[in-house]
Ligand binder design. Sequence first.
Ligand code: ADP
Ligand code: MG
Length: 222
Amino acid sequence: MVTRALNEVETKQMLGAAGIAVTPCELARDAKAARAAAERMGYPVALKIVSPDVVHKSDVDGVRLGVATGTAVRRAFDELVAAVRARQPDAHIDGVAVQPMAPPGGVEVIVGVSVDPQFGHVLMCGLGGLLVEVLGDVAFRLVPLAPRDARALLAELRGAAVLHGVRGRPGVSLPALEALLLGVSALVERRPDIRELDLNPVLAYPDRAIAVDARALVAVEA
Ligand code: ADP
Ligand code: MG
């Protein structure tokens, strides 16, 4: 099967149109356009490299967080492009994605979809960062998910206590996370051409949950 990768901007457009909470995200092709986008969105912003040849943007120094002024945006644009060119000289660079910074203090959650040859779309969810990487604390459900599936999946995570609030940290909105999982399930149910979807991370807060990074793989006609 021939597949095509959707970049962060394209993936967030698709997710946003499906009613899934994402940070608004605009592709800027030069430093001036990046600054204009940042002024429209309000500071601080995050800037990220957009390239079909870069999957993990941080690995190539392709992410700048908390950029707070127009001058800093222009400088960060040039730095990002230079950093990626230096590490991956043959990477094609589409530009830089500009987006508002999500507030600090969110709990990092990852949400993914893959396709099982027998069962079709499978949704995966886990707590971000070390819990996923070291402990593999994730849970799976077949698509489509019913509301009770979303609830049960979150309750199943070994680190579920983190969602409920630990050591004086407030808990996160479980209904907001559940709504996001159900939104992703509904989207891929309508779109069998989506072969992979990664929302990594989703930031969960006491009152909402929002995806700040996303990528997708879709099937194309050969
Ligand atoms: P990568 O391709 O390396 O996964 P990400 O887009 O996930 O790049 O960015 C790396 C990290 O930066 C994220 O895990 C998250 O912690 C933080 N981050 C990214 N975008 C935002 C944003 N809009 N607001 C706040 N933090 C962000
Ligand atoms: Mg990421």
